[in-house]
Design a protein around this ligand. Sequence first.
Ligand SMILES: *Cc1c(COP(=O)(O)O)cnc(C)c1O
Length: 486
Amino acid sequence: MEQLTADDLASLDLTPAQMTEMGKAVMARAVANLAALPETPSRGDYTDIQATCRSMREGAPEKGVALDSLLDQLFDEWIPRSFTTTGSGYLAYIPGGGVYTAALADFITDSVNRYTGIWEGAPALVQLEANVLEWVRDWMCFPQTTRGVFTTGGSMAMFNAIACAREKLLGDDIRSGTLYVSSQSHHSIVKSAKLAGIAHDRVRTIDVDENFRIRTDDLEKAIVADRRAGLRPFMVFSNAGATNTGAVDPINAVADIAAGAGIWHHVDGAYGGFFHMVPELRLLLSGLPRADSLALDPHKALFLPYGTGLLLVRDGEALRALHSSTAGYLPDNQSEFYDPAQYGPELSRGFPGLRVWLTLKVFGAERYRAALKEKRELAVWAAEQIALIPGVVMDAPPQLSLFAFHLEGNGLDSLAAQNAATESLMHRITNRGQLMLSGAMAGERYLGRVCVLSFRTRRAQMELCVQQLAEETAGLLAEASVRARS
Ligand SMILES: *Cc1c(COP(=O)(O)O)cnc(C)c1O
């Protein structure tokens, strides 16, 4: 950059022409990146990645550098060396993809930089966020008393829910409260419990049945045992789609137990909750609307970019009682309109509502329902094909859009050998470059998984998935039986 005068130095403002030019440069790179997705490897090159990261360490820049050179490094060197989470072949973990309209909304959000922590700062913008929360409330068939809050993800939604249940049911007597999860519950629950003051020795992990669903008889026994021991059971979690296997707990049965015991029932719908948007699929999540609170991740099944979670609480006043506070420098709380800071721990915050609002308005709920339905159909179809591959044992057929399996065969007699072969299968598929798969330990067993939840994943990718799994499974089984004979 050219020499700046002392006056220029203190100004960080840009002219409209400069802003437009910089914006175009970014837009060109971002769109080119998306346009190249079909040819982009499913996982970037990780060769010497540690050395790369070490070589990137540097002090704070004293002088500015041209935006273009930074964009070159970002888009040519750093972004490619990652999981291609936007790709149509991303079937690992829980995908989502990241719809483009959300990026545009974020650009608007960040350039207008309005204050949405409190209603008064930008009433109409906050109203957009309130609208989205009400749409989601209705899709989940929650009552009018419901209030919610956008969070950065499912983990923070869970944390908020635990704090809310704890405050309402335990008050100051935190130490005697006990909380119930299944062995398939997401680890963020136990982590959030700790953040919310519920220590590990107050968390009960309930076994699951052969379908990875919480054993409700064990749950009831555990609650009774804790009561007898003078403790105060206050919260139970059920899965509306567990991360490892996609299992949906018997939500109605858990709701009955929770109601009988007077404890808070939280449904973890971070992966699967949005399937409730589709009326034909609601039966798969039967009982979900009975939850006291529900965690959802728009950055998964609403296909939004990372950083968008959501919590709904049936007793909206309980959420407000936890978070509502005042300060001398803030306007008085008002209650007619939604006021984000009264429902969550943050004051200054981004404006997560706009990316969800703009995207839902541009596409409409109809297209979302069609996309979600299609993802489930693709998963059901692929799982049927994959179950027919010799050597594949389907442990968890898709309840929503995720299924899990392992390999068995000649020479794969021990659990350890089956685990190693299944893990190897995941790596071999990923290394072929068009798809990315990840597995998970469920108890002692390593499960291969396929999760169909990127909006970009269509029939072609699932056909490829079936074909590659068949080829690589055949190869692995042949190698194992050669080893067994020698
Ligand atoms: C992803 C996920 C979480 C955690 O949500 P984050 O958005 O990653 O914080 C919790 N539970 C389930 C079932 C999930 O799939």
